[in-house]
Design a protein around this ligand. Structure first.
Ligand code: 2P0
Length: 369
């Protein structure tokens, strides 16, 4: 399959379902990801207004176990049967969210109505750390659903097809989740762009272009500036892009920043990398401030930390930089070879601005050759 794939390629008939009773357990683990080129603004059914590119993380992940059993004769096959546990406890709020998501999939994935589902999910990172878990959790769930389809319908035997479908379903749950289905792939892109072959708005793909050694095993230390729930959800933030006067300029900028970043990744050009990555973070938050109504997700600590990182970079000539998600926390990015100095800097100078002194050390997956 390639970029000519359409929604129709992901619909699944239940006619393939055998009459035999089936039950089983499926588990998947999906990492969180941090976007360098940001997805901010969407249209249609979860389609991005510009391509995005992210680093895959390692230590921050969601693990999901799905237990299934086919329904008996006489039980309704047009309804979702679901029980949901989060961190070993029944969680009604999350169950409601997942039920809504599965119900939205029913018309195109009717096999979901033929099984009783019990889902158990947990995160490797603290729930109250202000780290978005929708990407890793929706990705893990989508992978489980693809294995369920494989089991029930005998489809998705081809690995590429399997992951494309998982990314497609994850995207429908949460846009950034499309980029979290590839655990051992350091960089992922989502969204159609002429710059990268075979890209699609429907699903994310592993980054196939050359990556210089300096970016392999890149480090990301996540500074927890605030653990509070965000004042404006990402969903609401995306919606506000529709009337943002800078929207089209931003989408054009994402394309040109992506081109620059691709070259920097190939050449090992950390200067351009830093310029692009920090620009994307600033623009994301500037867009929030230019929305109507405007909103600010950065906190005082966020700005203090950003200034300290920039000063340290200049003084020490170490290619350390930051990016931001849609929130107050700061992702500090640096090459593995500067790990020691950067961690000392973080511990001594940035930790005081973290909520309860909390930060999480993470990195891109290490690729064994
Ligand atoms: C991203 N973010 O590319 C951007 C950058 C946050 C900042 O995607 O509405 O939770 O579920 O599609 O994916 C956060 O938005 O939004 C996000 P939905 P999502 O990672």
């Amino acid at each position: 399959m390639n970029f000519s794939v359409t929604d129709n390629d992901f619909f699944k008939e239940t006619s393939l379902l055998s009459k035999e009773e089936k039950k089983g357990t499926i588990t998947h683990k999906s990492p969180s990801n941090i976007a360098l080129i940001k997805y901010w603004g969407k249209h249609g059914v979860q389609l991005p207004n510009n391509p995005s590119l992210s680093f895959t993380l390692t230590n921050a992940f969601t693990e999901t176990r799905l237990e299934f059993a086919t329904k008996k004769e006489g039980e309704s096959k047009s309804e979702i049967s679901l029980e949901f546990w989060f961190e070993n406890e029944k969680n009604g709020k999350f169950e409601q969210k997942i039920r809504k998501f599965l119900e939205s999939l029913l018309p195109t994935q009717p096999f979901l109505g033929f099984v009783h589902l019990k889902i158990y999910s947990q995160n490797s990172f603290p729930h109250s750390a202000g780290i978005a878990s929708s990407a890793s959790s929706m990705a893990a769930l989508a992978l489980c659903l693809c294995d369920l389809e494989k089991n029930l319908l005998n489809t998705l035997q081809n690995e590429e097809e399997f992951y494309q479908k998982a990314s497609y379903l994850a995207r429908l749950g949460s846009g950034s989740a499309a980029r979290s289905v590839y655990s051992n792939i350091p960089i992922t892109t989502w969204g159609q762009t002429e710059t990268i072959k075979n890209t699609s708005d429907l699903f994310a793909s592993p980054y196939s272009l050359p990556i210089h050694a300096i970016f392999q095993n890149y480090q990301d230390t996540i500074l927890i500036v605030s653990a509070e729930e965000k004042s404006v959800s990402s969903r609401a933030g995306h919606a506000l892009m529709e009337d943002n006067p800078f929207a089209q300029t931003r989408y054009n900028l994402a394309h040109s920043n992506l081109k620059k970043l691709i070259l920097a990744l190939e050449k090992g050009d950390t200067e351009t990398f830093i310029e692009v990555v920090e620009n994307e973070a600033f623009v994301l938050h500037a867009l929030m401030m230019c929305s109507s109504p405007p909103f600010i997700l950065m906190e005082t600590g966020t700005l203090t930390i950003i200034k300290k990182i920039q000063k340290y970079r200049q003084e020490k000539n170490i290619p350390i930089c930051f990016t931001l998600d849609a929130g107050a926390n700061v992702h500090v990015l640096y090459p593995k070879k500067f790990e020691k100095e950067c961690l000392t800097f973080i511990e001594n100078e940035l930790k005081p601005f973290c909520f309860e002194g909390k930060y999480l050390i993470d990195q891109l997956p290490v690729i064994s050759k």
